[in-house]
Write a protein that binds this ligand. Structure first.
Ligand code: NAD
Length: 251
């Protein structure tokens, strides 16, 4: 299927590795131009050179409003429009209620919710200029079902879904589609670290997944590319789980 992504331009955030990188790779494979960002210039250089000449990078810490504003300002000096924004950032730290401090909560709020607010606000003028644009918020299966020891993710990510569902109405007049994608367990560096915690860690997770395995990044990136492509022109306000069946609720 031709996703009609050739010569379209996307901003994929937190993409020097992991899920963001898998999305950038899938878009580039379809002929799209991709702008990636992250905090570490060396990792971004490496990622960009492996993506090839359709990719470029900017350094930005998404938990800082001024970094997000200056990121989009720099992008806007080089391009007239954006066809899509993939909203992604590092995950908030694990922890239970009794261990987390106010500072942990505030930092997680900025990283997980406010980064999505700032990225959306700053890119709307560029997205409005495209004939087919969309915002795809990457969250987690935790918006459907809490994950043990990930209180900050369980509490703050659902707010991103609330924003997405509201923006689906508010941005429709500007023809900007808005959706969310919710990974379960996809084998990125972050998940590798989680799995290395103990010998039984992988089995403890896969036993709960009907497909009985962790997903691969190449099973995530192309799905995100599809959702941001013109082929998905009637998918709006939707939330798609990419979790091997982990979430088993009816709704
Ligand atoms: P990862 O650690 O492999 O990659 C995270 C990327 O985000 C890196 O490129 C890192 O440099 C960048 N990053 C981190 N903090 C940043 C910041 N403040 N500003 C800019 N860039 C920043 O992680 P991943 O597995 O790709 O996960 C990405 C997001 O998806 C995280 O929020 C994670 O919690 C969430 N998630 C992942 C999974 C999974 O299975 N991999 C499942 C559910 C949710």
């Amino acid at each position: 299927m031709d996703l009609d992504l050739k010569d379209r331009t996307f901003l994929v955030t937190a993409a020097s590795r992991g899920l963001g990188f898998s999305v950038a790779k899938a878009l580039v494979n379809e002929g799209a131009e991709v702008i990636i960002c992250g905090r570490n210039e060396e990792s971004l250089k490496k990622a960009t050179s492996s993506l090839g000449e359709l990719a470029e990078y900017y350094v930005a810490d998404l938990s800082k409003k001024e970094d997000v504003q200056s990121l989009v300002k720099k992008i806007a000096t080089n391009i007239l429009l954006l066809d899509g924004l993939f909203v992604n950032a590092g995950g908030p730290p694990p922890g239970t209620f009794s261990k987390l401090t106010d500072d942990d909560w505030r930092k997680a709020f900025d990283l997980t919710l406010m980064s999505a607010v700032w990225l959306t606000r700053e890119t709307i003028p560029l997205l409005k200029m495209s004939d087919s644009s969309s915002i795809l918020f990457s969250t987690s299966v935790s918006v459907k079902q809490p994950i043990d020891n990930l209180l900050l993710s369980n509490a703050i990510r659902p707010a991103v879904i609330g924003m997405m569902r509201t923006l689906a109405t508010e941005l429709a007049p500007d023809y900007i589609r808005v959706n969310a994608i919710c990974p379960g367990y996809i084998q990125t560096e972050r998940v590798d670290e989680l799995l290395s915690a103990s010998e039984s860690a992988e089995e403890n997770i896969t036993v709960k997944i009907p497909l009985k395995r962790i997903g691969k990044p190449d099973e995530f990136g192309p799905v995100a590319a599809f959702l941001m492509s013109p082929v998905s022109s009637y998918i709006h306000g939707a939330l798609l789980l990419v979790d091997g069946g982990l979430y088993q609720g009816m709704m």
